[in-house]
Design a protein around this ligand. Structure first.
Ligand code: WTA
Length: 665
């Protein structure tokens, strides 16, 4: 293993410039490779006959009627997978494990933020889901009706989703951090008639009411018949004549319910993507293809061994990562998972590591933004806990900087665990590009290659595949089972958004490059791409260069308009805890960082200004809101901050603005 990231010359114009060069490699641990669920031959098998490969993968599910055709693509881009097949999602996730004699197996070790815990077995889950399904039937829910779920990370959220799936009533889960108006828009867009929620949730040690937002939203949704309320915090809540307590309606129901089978293409759920502009898009996932895709990838990419692994996706169920890898995939595979309600620093910064130690977690899946937060808190925090059970670490949500990858691997994985950097989207349903932990020699910062059965490429403006060493636009060149089927209620927008930029290809909206070996590096959304003096620069590469400096914990880079260069690079950095205050505020440090970027990437990537900030504006799913940082960088009045996790962050950044101007030279 060598340890360098060296500069390369920037090619002119065309696609994205390929600048950062990473030479570290991490081979799969021998024992993991020897026992891996998936070996290298899977790539060849899938390449030889992609549809036969996905037909095999679908055998992970229990079908009541087998499909007649694996894929019908005759009406592209509207796909049908496993045509003619029938199955029930909840039966596959729960009942069949009980029938197989695994009713006593733990499905979830649930840990509440205040420290309360619940252990839920597959048999428990079967009873709870049956009761909830019976309750929904009593409330008039029929196959095809939509149900909105606005809840925190508690077991009833999983139960509510599975009860809907059991009845063939598509759920739309709205993240509990969203506002009343966001909830209202989503309820209206998918015309949900029932809403399931809680009185309140625990957040950073206090009770935060959730129900008032539902009341406000439902006041403008006359078609909602009932609101089913789970009691979580016990705090006082206002009550309307549509409201019903979950414990009054669900607890008295029969604990058995016979599931019906639905068509493979029956809608399973609608998940709204939090776009920065425009109306949110309701991404529609259906049953057979989606479940096959998530079950296969969970088994292949996390090498899940349901008998021995303890799996933890530390994300919110309100996002697609939670849908696919907290709920559907782990349950379909019969795994044991950890589910944690709260924030990582409640009541102390070691909470996650304490949970891993307590439940002997073997696989952890989280986001780079969280990893960088842990970096900021310092490696001494996880060092206090026993993390020796961990065998695989996963990353999702944004490009992982090489330094964050190496920190994660070293301080959490103790250099024993592969890191799987999984690229995918709400739209793709499940993993698309990722290393396989028993096969791939990982490169820090690279998502490596498309998984078996998936076809990805990087193309230039004209849609031509680029060569190794070049950058461009990431596309998916063949349909895949977990693909979105449409945008709810707007087929044309589905075609226009995803299938029109490059005819015949799905365009993911991300920039990517192929390195000299042809491995893929994600470079961020193409609208986060800057154009500096005719060079297209990726925000991600410059951020990674900044984070590779020993004093930097986290960085966000935006392009600000510039008279001479078109756009100029403006960086915002959070320093590591150990940097003394005097130094953190000095011009010396800024110079050092600018030179570091020049050295790591190229002088053209040198930020025009660097601002040291206490925090960065992030959406509730952890994505940096570069739009707001661009406003600051271009000295504009700030845009809409309502989707920010913490809107006071922007005041702090703006207050520091004057001191940053002096950095420009
Ligand atoms: C980004 C989350 C780089 C990407 C599952 C994508 C990533 C968007 C990665 C989808 C990764 C996700 N490396 N970028 N490993 N994973 N992204 O819909 O820009 O919330 O298009 O789905 O996140 O975000 P979404």
């Amino acid at each position: 293993m060598t340890d360098t990231a060296s500069a390369g010359a920037a090619p002119e114009g065309g696609a994205l410039s390929n600048l950062l060069h990473e030479t570290r490699r991490f081979d799969p641990p021998a024992e993991l490779a020897a026992n891996a669920n998936v070996t290298a031959d899977a790539y060849q098998r899938a390449a030889d006959d992609r549809l036969a490969f996905w037909a095999d993968a679908a055998e992970r599910l229990t079908w009541t009627k087998k499909w007649d055709q694996v894929l019908d693509w005759s009406n592209a881009p509207f796909a049908k997978w496993y045509v003619g097949g029938k199955l029930n999602a909840a039966y596959n996730a729960v009942d069949r494990h009980v029938e197989a004699g695994n009713g006593d197996k733990v499905a979830f070790h649930w840990e509440g933020e205040p420290g309360d815990t619940r252990t839920i077995t597959y048999a428990d889950l079967q009873k709870m889901v049956s009761q909830a399904a019976n309750a929904l039937i009593e409330l008039g829910v029929q196959t095809g009706d939509r149900v909105a779920i606005y809840m925190p990370m508690i077991p009833e959220t999983v139960v509510a989703m599975l009860a809907c799936a059991r009845l063939g009533a598509p759920h739309t889960v709205v993240f509990g951090g969203f506002s009343a108006s966001a909830l209202r828009d989503r309820i209206q867009d998918c015309d949900a008639r029932i809403v399931i929620t809680v009185d309140g949730q625990y957040r950073r040690g206090s009770q935060a009411a959730l129900k008032p937002a539902v009341d406000e939203a439902v006041a403008e949704c006359p078609d909602v018949r009932n609101v089913l309320v789970v009691r979580r915090t016990g705090q006082d809540v206002a009550w309307t004549d549509k409201d019903l307590w979950w414990h009054d309606v669900v607890d008295r129901q029969s604990t058995t319910h016979t599931p019906e089978s639905f068509d493979a293409e029956h809608p399973l759920y609608v998940m709204y993507t939090s776009g920065t502009t425009g109306k949110p898009k309701g991404i529609l996932h259906t049953t057979g293809g989606y479940l096959t895709h998530v079950a296969y990838t969970h088994w292949a990419v996390f090498d899940i061994k349901p008998e021995t692994d303890v799996f933890w996706t530390a994300a919110d169920i309100g996002w697609v990562t939670g849908h696919s890898y907290i709920v559907y995939a782990p349950l379909i595979n019969g795994a044991t998972s950890v589910m944690y309600e709260g924030t990582p620093d409640t009541p102390h910064q070691g909470r996650w590591w304490e949970i891993i130690d307590k439940y002997k977690v073997t696989i952890l899946y989280t986001a780079p933004t969280t990893i960088r937060m842990f970096m900021k808190w310092g490696a001494e925090v996880p060092a206090r806990y026993d993390l020796s059970t961990l065998r695989i670490l996963g990353s999702v949500g944004e490009p992982i900087n090489p330094e964050a990858y190496v920190w994660y691997r070293h301080n959490i994985g103790h250099d024993r665990t592969p890191v799987v950097d999984t690229w995918w989207q709400t739209e793709t349903g499940g993993h698309m590009i990722s290393p396989l932990p028993g096969v791939t020699a990982g490169k820090p910062g690279s998502a490596m290659t498309a998984i078996p059965g998936v076809s990805a490429d990087v193309v230039d403006d004209a849609g031509q595949s680029v060569g190794n060493g070049q950058g461009g636009y990431l596309v998916l060149t063949e349909p895949w089972p977990g693909m979105l089927r449409t945008i709810w209620g707007d087929d044309q927008r589905y075609v226009d958004t995803y299938w029109s930029r490059f005819p015949g290809y799905y365009f993911a909206g991300d920039g990517a490059k192929k390195d000299e070996d042809g491995d893929l590096w994600l470079l961020g959304r193409v609208d986060d791409v800057m154009n500096v003096s005719g060079h297209r620069l990726s925000t991600t590469e410059i951020e990674s260069a900044l984070v590779s400096h020993e004093k930097v914990a986290e960085a966000a880079v935006v392009g600000a308009s510039d008279e001479t260069t078109g756009q100029a690079v403006v960086a915002f950095v959070i320093l590591r805890g150990a940097v003394p205050k005097e130094e953190a505020q000095g011009a010396e440090l800024v110079k050092e960082l600018r030179n570091h970027v020049a050295h790591e990437i190229s002088p053209i990537a040198k930020p025009r200004s660097i601002m040291v900030v206490p925090d960065l504006p992030k959406t509730r799913s952890g994505k940096i809101m570069r739009r707001l940082l661009r406003d600051v960088a271009e000295h504009r009045t700030m845009g809409d901050v309502t989707t920010l996790q913490d809107s006071s962050v922007m005041d702090l950044i703006s207050a520091g603005l004057d001191s940053a101007k002096g950095d420009e030279d």
